[in-house]
Design a protein around this ligand. Structure first.
Ligand code: FMN
Length: 325
């Protein structure tokens, strides 16, 4: 096993898993390479699709790359390798965000859930911006989700009703600010793709859900003002189930860890038949992001996750190796 080569089918399996990760506006801000000598996958940030308005520090893009790194780890274990991750391993190569070295055979199951068990969820996971049924996700599943974040060095709070309302209000405030900010609206709009368009990046109109008739769930408006396509309106769940992902620090390494935690949480939910979507808007305004932390000290909110039972989300495209040199 130690001397096993990373053959072409294995590389294909690893990369297919990596690119299935979620990314802000489906910008897929990653590039991969292979160092056969050290049997390592090199993960770089791809700076060619920046979001200067939404994500000026590229924090959300680092989260996205972190999610891809987590999928690489799951796929490596699925193929029988123990993955060894080094974050930002080379000072003189700042775009190299991680290396995932395929070391010996997988040892015993890793707590709290064997990563191999999450492999099937990688392809099944999709962002669902649809209304959920409101059926409560069992405590056992929620505990597994919070344990998944903890296992990656991050934290996941599942708030009570009062805090849930506060987090939704802050997200709605961000959404309202975005709506009257022409440069931000224009930036988001460039990532919305028309049905049938062959664009390898961005969010297709078919992956969007309706607007919430009650106004309770502030899903991101990718469409902008008329004459842009107008979405139907439906009632979303009354009891919205949210989880706030946060870290103690806010360095680049923390963003990469938070991204791995994010994907571990999403895959754990998916493995239990729970749908997920993301509400990132409040993270894009420093005062609102700080307010999301509440009275906690040393709390840096990274992303708000909405979860529950309901319909699947629409498919989003991925760039092939030719499209992403
Ligand atoms: C850091 C991050 C932030 C995101 N923020 C939002 C958001 O605010 N609203 C939203 O509808 N989707 C959000 N998404 C989901 C992406 O749009 C989605 O992952 C992408 O379009 C690919 O689709 P998929 O998740 O179905 O594979 C976010 C994803 C990531 C990783």
């Amino acid at each position: 096993m130690q001397s096993r080569e990373v053959d072409a089918p294995a590389v294909q399996t690893l990369l297919a898993a990596a690119v299935a990760a979620p990314s802000i506006h489906n910008t897929q801000p990653w590039r991969f390479g292979l160092d056969p000598d050290s049997r390592s996958i090199l993960v770089r940030v791809d700076r060619r699709r920046p979001l200067p308005m939404t994500d000026p520090q590229a924090r959300a893009q680092y989260l996205s790359v972190g999610a891809a790194v987590f999928n690489l780890r799951v796929a490596a274990e699925h193929l029988g390798w123990e993955p060894l991750v080094r974050l930002r391993p080379a000072e003189d190569d700042p775009d190299l965000l991680a290396t995932v070295q395929l070391t010996g055979p997988v040892a015993g199951p890793s707590a709290p859930r064997d990563l191999r068990e999450l492999y099937g969820a990688i392809e099944r996971r999709r962002t669902s911006r649809m209304p959920f049924t409101g059926r409560t996700v069992p405590d056992q599943v929620v505990m597994e989700m919070t344990g998944s974040a903890r296992a990656e060095g991050a934290h996941l709070d599942v708030p009570d009703i009062v805090t849930t309302r506060r987090l939704l209000r802050l997200t709605a405030a961000a959404e309202s600010r975005n709506a009257v900010h022409p440069a931000r609206t224009a930036e988001v709009r460039t990532w919305l793709t028309a049905p049938g368009a062959a664009a390898p990046y961005g969010v297709p109109l078919t992956a969007l859900g309706p607007r919430d008739a009650s106004g309770r769930v502030p899903v991101r408006d990718f469409t902008g003002a008329p004459p842009a396509p107008q979405l139907p309106t439906l009632r979303f769940e009354r009891h919205v189930q949210l989880a706030l992902l946060w870290t103690h620090h806010d360095r680049r390494e923390d963003w990469l860890r938070a991204g791995q935690a994010l994907e571990r949480v999403l895959l754990t939910a998916t493995a239990h038949g729970v749908r997920t979507s993301m509400l990132h808007q409040a993270m894009e305004w420093p005062d609102l992001r700080q307010a999301m932390a509440g009275s906690r000290r040393r709390c840096h909110p990274q992303l708000l996750i909405r979860f529950g039972y309901g319909p699947d989300g629409g498919r989003t495209p991925r760039a092939t190796a030719d499209e992403a040199p």
